[in-house]
Write a protein that binds this ligand. Structure first.
Ligand SMILES: [Zn+2]
Length: 181
């Protein structure tokens, strides 16, 4: 069963000017997806896929909702993009994601031949685009996406950090209550 009580997201969505379709604009879209994840009690990570300056896919982490370890924002966004394009190859697409992709998502992005990956904050534990490993640099693999990072990294990181902080506090409260009654 899901946790008994929820904790509200203290962060607000961002609305950058649509006339400036730059990294900040698209990462804001991914950030807003991450906030939606929080509102659904999911770890707040979001992703969008952009092709020719248009968002063609937009998703957030749904692992808890779907009870699927593979339901990460990037995987769901790549599936949407492939359906939209009618092709599993995403060479001309850019994946924006709030956190450095894990082994599964980095691997899937490379296999999908995503042209470029832009992420918010680095993940030294699980990140596979330079944080812990650099799968995109493996010379034996025949696709090497461009990788950039650091766009809105602080905001994207704060979202996840505060989420876990609040969840820990809530879990502590629940266990304290259980112990005293
Ligand atoms: Zn992942």
């Amino acid at each position: 069963m899901r946790n008994l009580m929820t904790f509200a997201c203290p962060f607000r969505r961002k609305y950058p000017l649509p006339s400036q379709k730059d990294d900040l604009f698209f990462m804001s879209m991914a950030y807003n997806e991450a906030i939606t994840a929080w509102e659904e009690e999911e770890v707040p990570i979001g992703a969008v896929i952009v092709r020719e300056q248009e968002v063609i896919a937009s998703a957030h982490n749904l692992a808890e909702t779907r009870k699927e370890a593979t339901a990460h924002a990037e995987i769901l966004a790549m599936a949407q993009a492939s359906r939209f394009l009618g092709d599993w190859r995403l060479n001309e697409s850019i994946l924006y994601v709030t956190k450095e992709p894990c082994p599964m998502c980095a691997g899937a992005a490379i296999l999908s031949r995503v042209g470029e990956i832009v992420f918010g904050f680095s993940d030294e534990k699980m990140g596979c685009l330079g944080g812990k490993l650099a799968l995109h640099q493996l010379l034996t693999w025949n696709h090497h996406p461009r990788v950039r990072f650091g766009i809105m990294s602080e905001e994207c990181y704060e979202l996840v950090r505060v989420f876990f902080e609040k969840r820990r506090k809530k879990d502590d409260n629940i266990s304290n209550t259980t112990m005293t009654h």
